[in-house]
Design a protein around this ligand. Structure first.
Ligand code: XMP
Length: 182
C-alpha cells in the first residue's frame, strides 16, 4: 500500500488549530463571519477551526476542480459558486486544505472578491511553498510542508484516505509502512 510516514499527528493538528483560532480572533474583524469552505478536502479542517473560533458564523461552500484521479494539478480551475452563500458586504473567511501551486486559492479568492465582500481573509491547513506556480500567500496557514503528496484529515487520493486522523505522506512507489493487522 502506498501510505507513507505520518508527517503531522492528530494531536499536532489539534494543538495548531487552537493556536490558529487565537491568531484569528485577533486578525479577523469583529462581528459575524461568513466562512466559505472549498470542497471537499477542507471540510474536516474547517469544522474543527470554525468551532474553535467560538463566534457567530455562517457557512458557504465552493467546489474547485483542478486535480483528476492523480496527484498533479492541471492549472485550470473550475469553480462552482452556487453554494457560496451571500458574500456581498460580509466579512468572509475563505478556508482551504492546502496551498500547492496556488491556482485554486487564487481562483477562489478572486471569485469571492468579485462578489464584493466587506473583507476577505484566507486560511489553509497546509502550505507547500516550493510548489508555487502563481503569486499568492494565504493570510493564515497551519503548517508548512515539503513537496510531498499528503493524505488524511480530509485530504484524499482519488477519494481514498480522507478519514485518516493524521496527515501522512502518500508514496505510490515507496516502502510499505502501513500497519498490518495481527
Ligand atoms: P493548487 O495546486 O491549485 O492545489 O494550489 C490546491 C488543491 O490541490 C489539491 N492538492 C492536494 N491534495 N494532497 C491532496 O490530497 C496533496 O498533497 C495536495 N496538493 C494539492 C487540494 O485539493 C488543494 O485544494
Amino acid at each position: 500500500m502506498p501510505l507513507g510516514e505520518t508527517l503531522i499527528s492528530e494531536s499536532e493538528i489539534r494543538a495548531r488549530i487552537r493556536e490558529l483560532a487565537r491568531e484569528l480572533q485577533a486578525a479577523l474583524p469583529p462581528g459575524p463571519l461568513h466562512c466559505v469552505v472549498v470542497l471537499k478536502s477542507a471540510i474536516f479542517f474547517a469544522v474543527d477551526l470554525v468551532r474553535s473560533l467560538g463566534r457567530e458564523a455562517t457557512l458557504g461552500f465552493i467546489s474547485a476542480a483542478s486535480y483528476g484521479e492523480g496527484t498533479e494539478s492541471g492549472g485550470q480551475v473550475r469553480l462552482g459558486l452556487e453554494a457560496a452563500g451571500r458574500v456581498e458586504g460580509r466579512h468572509v473567511f475563505l478556508i482551504d486544505d492546502i496551498l500547492d501551486t496556488g491556482h485554486t486559492l487564487l481562483a477562489a479568492r478572486e471569485a469571492l472578491r468579485g462578489l464584493r465582500p466587506a473583507s476577505l481573509r484566507t486560511c489553509v491547513l497546509l502550505d507547500k511553498p516550493s510548489r508555487r506556480r502563481v503569486k499568492i500567500e494565504a493570510d493564515h496557514a497551519g503548517f508548512t510542508i515539503e513537496d510531498v503528496f499528503v493524505v488524511g484529515y480530509g485530504l484524499d487520493c482519488a477519494e481514498a484516505y480522507r478519514t485518516l486522523p493524521d496527515i501522512r505522506a502518500y508514496r505510490p512507489d515507496g516502502p510499505d509502512t502501513e500497519e498490518k493487522p495481527g
